[in-house]
Design a protein around this ligand. Structure first.
Ligand code: FE
Ligand code: FE
Ligand code: ZN
Length: 474
């Protein structure tokens, strides 16, 4: 599903800013033939257009979904109170239809019309599965997924054209089973392999574990990252087992995804200085013990900088450290972070990560954390060719190794090797590309950690809401 955010920022529905408690999703068809969603978005994005607005349009040409409002924003026929709980989604209708009455039409180009219907159906199934997952809705429960017509019968929508009349008119009800009942089933089937969006940011560990859990909840996060010790190095704080227990309770109760701890930046296993290498060994060994208080988490580290010794030598030294540290008993998976490749950094190329992993004996405890800013800086064009980048990663490292994502925009264009993070949507990667990353079927379910230069938790809360496509309350 290609989801493009295209908010109706001028429409009175948007500017009113009212929130809804999402109880279900309503599938409309436009009711006037036009395949292209962009023209609707343009037409409805007007401060004087107070007749209608919905949350999304599905384009009939290519199946692109244009999200036109935050999902939990009041919409549809401008805030009429009866419609307060449903997300409204329009499927554009083939341009060739000619209505002869409200519910019947003729069609001069049936082949195109059927192709349009199929594309909008497929995109709608994916979108509804995504939304049901996001809002914890069961697509088969009564009143969760309804058509415009079913909405009318429930007294929450007007009497107007509807997806079923459109499918029926093209004979797709009998030919392909396009009915609302089949649609609900298709959404339920799609949800079987769908996974939740786990998203969070780096949190300060200064107040202990439970405090981090509470901070995460306060900003709508369901995963987070934290430094196991001062990011610039040094000794770690004593762990209070009761405090760790309280965090574990929060995580379970709120269905968090795996946490992604971060090793100190100063940890460099391939330094030329023995003292630095000793610190790397000490810190990682100690961190592995500490991580067992949060079993099953990830521990991410920057592979290292070879400082002129050559990447081959560096790769060997990194693998040596991992072989000394990793035990088959540990529950933590250690993640190598993809790097921007600045200076003598190792991990700017997928080949280098693969070479490290290849040398690690206990290889089920090792994975990769992909940082969007870093790989873009490293020259992998995720804005223009995400599928190609993932295919390359799969070929060289293997997608089954990919366990977590660092979600950052970049201040610099692809290939810059600068490693300067930007807030989401304010850099060269862009919001649409980031949305494609976090919703990509091959990446779904991986914990997504924001490392953007936000000034405070509220900033991260807003960014999380932005990526979930919802309205954020401060
Ligand atoms: Fe990092
Ligand atoms: Fe990172
Ligand atoms: Zn970075």
């Amino acid at each position: 599903m290609k989801l493009v955010r295209s908010y109706l920022t001028k429409n009175p529905c948007y500017t009113a800013g009212d929130k809804i408690t999402v109880k279900g999703i309503m599938l409309h068809s436009v009711g006037c033939p036009r395949q292209d969603a962009a023209s609707f978005v343009e037409e409805w994005n007007d401060e004087n257009y107070d007749r209608a607005c919905v949350h999304a349009f599905i384009d009939g040409f290519d199946g692109t979904v244009y999200q036109t409002l935050p999902w939990n924003h009041r919409a549809w026929h401008c805030c009429s109170p009866g419609n307060g709980d449903y997300i409204g989604v329009e499927m554009c209708e083939p341009a060739g239809l000619q209505y002869t009455s409200d519910f019947t039409f003729t069609c001069e180009d049936e082949e195109t019309a059927r192709a349009v219907a199929q594309r909008t159906w497929d995109a709608a199934v994916e979108l509804f599965a995504y939304l049901c997952r996001q809002f914890g809705l069961d697509p088969l429960s009564d009143g969760v997924i309804i058509s415009h017509w079913e909405g009318y019968q429930r007294g929450i929508a007007s009497d107007h054209e509807d997806p079923e009349h459109f499918w029926k008119g093209l004979g797709l009800d009998t030919e392909r089973g396009f009915t609302m009942d089949r649609f609900r089933q298709a959404v339920a089937e799609k949800m079987e392999d769908a996974k939740p969006l786990y998203i969070g940011c780096h949190l300060s560990s200064a107040g202990g574990f439970e405090a981090m859990g509470k901070a995460a909840l306060s900003i709508g996060a369901n995963t987070f990252a934290f430094f196991t010790r001062n990011p610039r190095g040094g000794k770690a704080k004593e762990i209070d087992p009761a405090d760790a227990e309280k965090l574990r309770e929060i995580l379970t109760k709120n269905s968090f995804g795996p946490l992604v701890a971060h090793a100190p930046y100063t940890l460099n296993p391939c330094s030329s200085a023995a003292k630095t290498r000793e610190f790397a060994h000490m810190a990682m060994a100690d961190d592995m013990k500490r991580m067992e208080y949060l079993p099953g988490s990830y521990y991410n580290f920057h592979p290292g900088s070879h400082v002129g010794q050559g990447s081959e030598k560096g790769i060997e030294m990194i693998a040596d450290l991992l072989n000394e540290i990793i035990t088959p008993e540990q529950s933590t998976t250690i993640l190598l972070e993809t790097m921007a490749g600045k200076g003598s950094e190792i991990g700017g190329r997928f080949e280098e990560l693969a070479a490290i992993i290849e040398r690690v004996h206990c290889d089920e405890k090792i994975g990769v954390c992909l940082d969007t800013c870093h790989i873009s800086d490293g020259g992998y064009d995720i804005t223009g060719g995400l599928d190609e980048v993932l295919a390359e990663f799969d070929r060289i490292v293997g997608l089954d190794r990919l366990k977590a994502l660092h979600i950052n925009d970049s201040q610099n264009p692809a290939g810059a090797r600068k490693d300067r993070h930007a807030c989401i949507g304010e850099g060269q990667i862009g919001l649409d590309a980031i949305l494609r990353v976090i919703n990509h079927p091959k990446l779904m379910g991986l914990p997504c950690i924001l490392e953007t230069p936000q000034e405070n938790l509220t900033g991260y809360g807003r960014e999380i809401a932005l990526l979930r496509g919802v309205h954020y309350d401060e």
